[in-house]
Design a protein around this ligand. Sequence first.
Ligand code: SF4
Ligand code: SF4
Length: 312
Amino acid sequence: MNPGVTRIRFHGRGGQGMKTASRIVGTATAMDGHNAQDSPVYGAERRGAPMSAYVRIADGPIFERGFIPSPDIVVVADDTLLDDPTARPLAGLRPTGVLLISTTHPVDAVRSRTRHAGAIVATDFLSLALSAGAGPISVSTALAAAVAHVLGLPERTVAEAIRTELGAAHVSAAGIDRSVELAARVREAAPVVSLPVASVDRPIVPGVKLTEVTYLSPEAGTASIGVEANTTRRRTGTWRVFRPVIDLARCTRCWICFVRCPDGAIALDADDTPRIDDDVCKGCLICVEECPTGAITSTREVRPWHDAELVT
Ligand code: SF4
Ligand code: SF4
């Protein structure tokens, strides 16, 4: 796992704006000069259904992707999610992590209910949003502002991120102003809990892989059609005009090329090193585009002619 990454997991219900909250935090972090990655995950798209969103922050490159199983900060937009077996917002939260929850219950009650040993910020963020005249969905802005406060991001930067993200969501100018005002109120109301950006430097579970990727030959997913050009024996390596070349010194073993190759031409060795099967690689160069470290480049394919007669 990437060292030096702060991981934040947002939990909410469809319609509570947790995707927007994650975007505001990610954008504010990037505006403050750090690297940020944010991504929401929806189940069935319907209002009220549990959803989650993820933000990773670091001062160096971020190679991880997707779901965050062991967050440093968990944000809960609605305390009914604590009892929802499909949401499980506390799952994997580090014992020293921060739980930030919108609830009408006091911190002691939240601690005894959740048994979380780390810092807890339990505030009625929904009432703060309503009293600011910003509407119920603005609980998202309130929670984003609270997370930004925990991370130590400057107030002006957070306000700029709110304007950027709510503007992109076509919120009216008056609505954006109310949200910026709400963020200022949150900074005054939220208890001081600090987990500065990139202060976290631990592997998720030392020595344990989160996932095991298995490799199947590309033929396993190929239909066996009885036409010569479409059989599994058609070696698409002959289509190649440009050849991808991996510089293993720059490869971080993120496996993105392995996942994205449309023909399954990239396999992983026992040590997770990607290898390209020249018989199958058709030279589409998607892997060159997708590799986040620039470890894959392309070179012109030049083949010698063989002696066999041309088929005419
Ligand atoms: S070559 Fe690039 S995309 Fe493939 S595993 Fe290495 S770093 Fe990741
Ligand atoms: S060039 Fe295309 S087919 Fe070849 S390994 Fe890269 S993604 Fe796969």
